[in-house]
Structure formats: C-alpha cells, structure tokens
Design a protein around this ligand. Structure first.
Ligand SMILES: [Zn+2]
Length: 251
C-alpha cells in the first residue's frame, strides 16, 4: 500500500477514473493539497466524501499577494475541520516571484503561526529560496511535527539543513528524471524515518508518463526509483513512506 502525500485532486480532470486507478494501484490514502480559499472548500468537500482523502488549507506562494485578514480568518477556520491534516501549501518561490519577497515572507510566516496554533504540520514549497527559508524556519521555532519540504529538488547538504530542523523531505516524479542524479543521491541518504513520496498531481508526472497529466497512481514510479537507489524492496519503501505520512499527518 502507498500514500500519495501531495496531490492537487481538485485540479485533476476525470477525477472518478483517476481515483478508481488509485484504488487499483493500492494507493490507500491521498493528501489533497489546497492553494487558496476556493480550492480549500472544494478539497474539504472531496475529503468529506471519500474517507481515504485528506485535505489541507493554505495559500500557495504563487498567490501570496491574495493573502489578507479575511483569507487568514478563512484558513484559521478551515484548520478546525477534522479532515484538514496540514497547513499549506505555503512557502517561498523566488524563481517565479509571482509576488514580492516581502509579501511571500509575510504570508509564509502567518502559515507557520497557524500551524503552531492548530498543532498541524506545514507543507512547504521552496524554489530558489533555501537561504531565506532556513533562516525563517530557524527563527520561527518549529512545532512538534513541523512539516515537510514538498517536491524537494536540492542536494543532500540542503536536505540536511531541513532535517536538522526536524522536517520531512518529500520526493516527487522529478527523482525519476534522467538528469536528477544529485537528487537521487539525496534520496539515498535521507534517514528512513524522514522520507515521503508524492506526485504533486497534476504536475510533474514521473517517467514513463513524463509530460502527461500526473495522477496519484503514478506515485508507484517514485517509490520504485527510491527503492532502487536505496537498494531495498518496493514493499519496504512503500511501508516506510506510508508509516511516515501517517505519523506526520496523523492519518
Ligand atoms: Zn503542490
């Protein structure tokens, strides 16, 4: 059995078929990620319909300029829902820089505070911003289960800094790409109690589906690659990553 720890289910086409294939491929839990208030509402209603789907609430760093007092009150409210297992995705993206740095940092900091307030882990997106990210996480002392660096793309030294702060590291389909040698090296060395796997559906489909819409059943390809680099069986990596996701999200 496998858990997809990060999928944007409400952004997927033909969801009933997608969920059917997830079931057929032994994906027994999916954490479905929200990017704003409307997607939080849609994700929570999906999670209320299917017992194996769990929701998050937050504003994606790409939309950090949408953050307002009203939106914060919304996230604070949704965080009380029983099916909401994390705050996010939030973080910093200095590659696209859709919002100014200051705006992103403010939004991210508010998410961390809400995570602490509700005792929920945070789901972090970070691109070209590791230095600021590590500084902020260090300053805003971590909660008991601080969260996960989702779709990690760095090297082991960078991963180590997040691990030292208590964070989990999640690998997406990028780890299956031919040129991701450094990333596979990191996937080999992460302590086994800190590894998660995800699809980030509908984006970043793993090999052999690269370039096509991604879906939770493809998380098995991420698991296969990581079991290869670590020299362990598929069942073992499935078991490890499932246990880690269950612990982090208390699902
Ligand atoms: Zn995402």
């Amino acid at each position: 059995m496998l858990i997809d720890s990060h999928a944007h289910l409400v952004s997927l086409e033909n969801l009933p078929e997608v969920l059917q294939r997830a079931q057929e491929n032994n994906i027994n839990k999916i954490v479905s990620i929200s990017s704003d208030i409307p997607s939080t509402e849609a994700t929570i209603s999906l999670a209320e319909e299917y017992d194996y789907i769990f929701a998050t609430t937050g504003v994606h760093p790409h939309s950090a300029d949408q953050m307002s007092e009203e939106v914060l009150i919304g996230i604070d409210h949704f965080a009380e829902n029983d099916k909401v297992v994390a705050i996010g995705e939030t973080g910093l993206d200095y590659f696209y820089m859709n919002s100014e740095k200051e705006v992103q940092i403010d939004s991210f900091t508010e998410h961390i505070r809400l995570g602490k307030k509700h005792n929920l882990p945070i789901i972090i997106h970070v691109r070209n911003a590791d230095q600021d990210m590590i500084e902020i996480l260090t300053k805003e002392s971590a909660a008991d289960t601080p969260g996960v660096i989702h779709c990690f793309t760095g090297d082991y030294d960078t991963a180590k800094k997040y691990l030292d702060l208590g964070y989990y590291i999640s690998f997406s389909g990028i780890v299956t790409y031919k040129r991701s040698e450094e990333l596979r090296e990191a996937a080999k060395k992460i302590p086994k109690d800190k590894i998660l796997i995800e699809t980030d559906s509908p984006y970043l489909a793993p090999v052999p589906h690269r370039g096509k819409p991604n879906e939770p059943s493809y998380v098995k390809h991420v698991a296969e690659t990581i079991s290869d680099v670590r020299g362990i069986s598929f069942d073992e990596i499935a078991e490890i990553t499932k246990a880690n996701a269950e612990k982090l999200f208390r699902i």
